[in-house]
Design a protein around this ligand. Structure first.
Ligand code: GLP
Length: 260
């Protein structure tokens, strides 16, 4: 794992956007794995800016989102379909036939999940996967106790996650209990993973994921087994890491050829 600690969220978002842009420039038909939540919003804003200022070309890019709520209309403002439209899709030059999110309104969820996996495979696999982390250590919507080898499937949210996301729905009782999420095995197949986390509230989950044991009780800890995982965090999210000074030193002294 490469742990990169930036002084604030702006610097982290700029770096994440630069890394995604580099993948697209190197491979114009890149496949992006996208996350929702508050954490990646500024990264998407920076990508929109790169489109505007540098003409970053998304026309051949394919996207797959991590997850979606079951039973929620894509037009519902708290749906991840609506989120992606609002923060990114409507603002860049995507080929609209190539943006995929799990279908929360599916009447055959197992089939929908199988097809999602097939589609990722047919696209050539995910080149770079953006990830946030839940305060309980979840990735996508893989809650604690998720199989570390899981594939796209239905999951049931914990009360804690429903509480964390209540603001988007105007109350915890309105947050759906079921979701479709890429599995941890699906996420681990991505060629590069960037996990972002900001703020004091994420510090414990980050410390457990980075420095704790690999365990299904902290799903994000599976990234310790990923050959190219980057953990991009701010000072506050890094505040419970025992080796924060070491990670800072490593980053500041990277050989020139390794610098981004
Ligand atoms: C939801 C999403 C996750 C996201 C998490 C954290 O549970 N399914 O993909 O990482 O929220 O959200 P936030 O970035 O708002 O803290």
């Amino acid at each position: 794992m490469e742990v990169i600690i930036k002084p604030d969220t702006h610097a982290a978002a700029r770096l994440a956007a630069r890394k995604i842009a580099a993948v697209i420039r190197e491979k114009p038909g890149a496949v992006l794995g996208l996350a929702t939540g508050r954490t990646p919003v500024e990264t998407y804003e920076r990508l929109v800016e790169l489109r505007r200022t540098e003409g970053l070309d998304f026309s051949r890019v394919t996207t797959f989102n991590l997850d979606e709520y079951v039973g929620l209309d894509p037009k519902h403002p708290a749906s991840y379909h609506a989120y992606m439209e609002g923060v990114l899709f409507s603002k860049i030059n995507l080929d609209r036939g190539r943006n995929y999110l799990p279908d929360g309104l599916s009447t055959d969820v197992p089939k929908t999940c199988r097809e999602y996996e097939d589609r990722i495979r047919a696209a050539g696999g995910i080149d770079i996967q953006i990830l946030g982390i839940g305060s309980d250590g979840h990735l996508g919507f893989n809650e604690p106790s998720s199989s570390l080898a899981s594939r796209t499937r239905i999951k049931t949210l914990t009360d804690r996650t429903r509480k964390d996301n209540a603001a988007f729905f105007g109350g915890e009782d309105k947050v759906p209990r079921h979701v479709i999420t890429m599995g941890l095995g699906t996420i681990m197949d991505a060629r590069v993973c960037i996990l972002m986390a900001f703020g004091r509230k994420k510090a414990t989950a980050v410390a457990q994921a980075v420095e704790g044991p690999v365990t299904a009780m902290v799903p994000a800890s599976i990234l310790q087994m990923h050959p190219a995982a980057i953990v991009l965090i701010d000072d506050e999210a890094a505040s419970e890491l025992k080796r924060a000074d070491y990670y800072r030193w490593v980053y500041d002294h990277k050989p020139a050829w390794q610098k981004d």
